[in-house]
Design a protein around this ligand. Structure first.
Ligand code: ADP
Length: 498
């Protein structure tokens, strides 16, 4: 192993404690893997009220955190662990003693800028208070992006951090942390940095944008997404600013937690299987059909598990399915929660095709495993996808993904080409134009292959099940990137980049 590094991971959600999306999976799995490789890792997250039972009895340490001259806060740091991973949870009742992580179910909390500034600077302050010198401060998305600014500008004369480098990982660049300009002073953002190329964005503050400027290194959670971020179309309005940091931006694909997601050992599925020839997969499918009162017949069963947001391509998927369902004997089970309008449209689809479609509104982890195991194909027509996990899980279960060829989906699914000449390697299907019609055609092709070319389908299932996206490989890439940052001068110094 290379020399052990001290790595401080700052994240707004961590699986096992609080999870709303893929960020939480990464914020647990990557540090756990780095720790297993011998590195000294600590993960910092807010002490949210909803997980109070976890941290209530953890040892507490109080310190004062100054965001600016007028913003001094009393913080209590709780130290404990999450399945063996050292955690520091920052307790600040005015910010975190409420239901909800980012919002009240309808609207983002008004004081999110302060809440996540407390996370970002509190994490660094904890290091100072405890004389723990991190080599790397690993920040994640807009919620901790300010950490790069604080490290560079609030602690620039602090010898404690003289060798520390920051990395900002982009799990989803569409969320940027916008705030009214009146937050500049409370957050301690120097007015001189309220510039179009740093924090300013159409008269408002953009926390992610500021983070992009100050972080020493940047990475997206797939090479495909990294390549899209530097474009005007794929940069979520920040393409120009990603381009300005192009030399410091790389893509590292996420790994998969195969301890949770493997059909041989999955604790949530009715029958285990080692290959598609085992009876287990068919048993899982039949169990799903029974569970959801669908006819137990050998028709293709298409499944989907998703947050209900525009990002996931439902406005393509719903009309495409409507057309296919009119003429084709298929079954569809969709699991999702989020946007109420999308949920209403999915309920209506279910009503119109009552023999064929089931929509389960909610977040159900155990069901998501049963769907991955029992489905024949997994639908994921995302408009953009930083990495995506479900298409990775589904391959492991021989459930062939149909994806839109963007971001991490292109990096993780080998799409069957037009003349099927790559049948020996293909693991799924893809389409590109963001329109219902090409998606409908891709679904139709998938169904034809399922029905008429079982040998090809099974070959693809075997290919898919043999794919591996190991965390250890991803963690090694992170280590290489950390090392690169540590051996090059900090690019976060404003003087160096002006
Ligand atoms: P994103 O982070 O954009 O939501 P990912 O595919 O990267 O998308 O990760 C989503 C994670 O959340 C996966 O682990 C997925 O299984 C899970 N998930 C999403 N929606 C649901 C749901 N309704 N029920 C159960 N699990 C869900």
């Amino acid at each position: 192993m290379t020399e052990a590094l001290k790595i401080l991971v700052v994240a707004s959600e961590v699986e096992g404690l609080v999870k709303t999306g893929g960020l939480a999976d990464v914020a647990r799995a990557l540090p756990a893997c780095l720790q297993a490789m011998g590195h000294d890792v600590k993960v910092v997250m807010p002490a949210y009220q909803r997980i109070r039972e976890h941290w209530r009895t953890w040892p507490a340490q109080s310190f004062t955190l100054s965001l600016s001259l007028s913003e001094n806060h009393s913080i209590r740091a709780r130290t404990g662990n999450n399945a063996g991973l050292p955690m520091i949870l920052l307790e600040h009742a005015p910010s975190f003693e409420r239901d909800g992580v980012y919002d009240d179910g309808y609207h983002a909390f008004d004081d999110n800028p302060r809440r996540f500034a407390i996370l970002s600077k509190g994490a660094l302050q904890w290091c100072l208070v405890n004389d723990w010198q991190p080599d790397i401060v690993h920040l994640n998305d807009w919620q901790s992006a300010l950490g790069a600014y604080y490290l560079s500008e609030h602690f620039q004369n602090e010898p404690h951090f003289a060798h520390t480098r920051s990395l900002l990982t982009l799990h989803n660049g569409a969320y940027q942390g916008h705030a009214d300009a009146s937050w500049l002073q409370p957050l301690g953002i120097d007015l001189g940095y309220f510039r179009e190329d740093i924090f300013e964005d159409y008269g408002r503050i953009n926390l992610l944008k500021g983070g992009l400027y100050f972080a020493d290194g940047l990475n997206a959670v797939s090479p495909g997404y990294a390549a899209e971020l530097v474009t005007n179309l794929g940069g979520h309005g920040l393409g120009r600013f990603f381009r300005a940091r192009q030399n410091d931006l790389i893509g590292i694909i996420n790994g998969c937690d195969y301890g949770q997601w493997s059909p041989e050992i999955d604790a949530h599925i009715p029958a285990h299987f080692h290959s598609i020839d085992d009876a287990g997969k068919a048993q899982c499918k039949a169990a799903l059909q029974r569970e959801f009162s669908l006819a137990e017949r050998a028709v293709p069963l298409l499944v989907s598990i998703s947050r209900l947001t525009d990002q996931k391509g439902f406005h393509l998927l719903i009309p495409a399915l409507e057309e296919v369902l009119k003429t084709t004997d298929i079954q569809v089970i969709l699991l999702g929660s989020g946007d109420a309008q999308l949920a209403a449209r999915l309920h209506s689809l279910e009503q119109r095709f009552a023999q064929q479609v089931r929509f389960i509104e909610g977040y159900d982890m155990a069901l998501s495993h049963r769907l991955e195991a029992g489905g024949d194909a997994f639908l994921m027509p995302s408009l953009f996808e930083p990495c995506g996990l479900n298409q990775i899980y589904s391959q492991r279960y021989g459930t062939l993904p149909l994806v839109r060829a963007v971001g991490g989906l292109t990096d993780t699914v080998i799409a069957l080409n037009e003349n099927a000449s790559n049948a020996q390697t293909a693991t799924g299907f893809s389409f590109f134009e963001p329109d219902a019609r090409p998606l409908q055609q891709a679904i139709a092709r998938l169904i034809t292959i399922y029905s008429d070319q079982p040998d090809l389908w099974q070959q693809m299932q075997r290919n898919a099940m043999a794919q591996r996206f190991e965390w250890r490989d991803s963690a090694n890439r992170y280590i290489d990137f950390y090392q690169r940052l540590l051996t090059t001068p900090g690019s976060n110094s404003t003087a160096k980049r002006q």
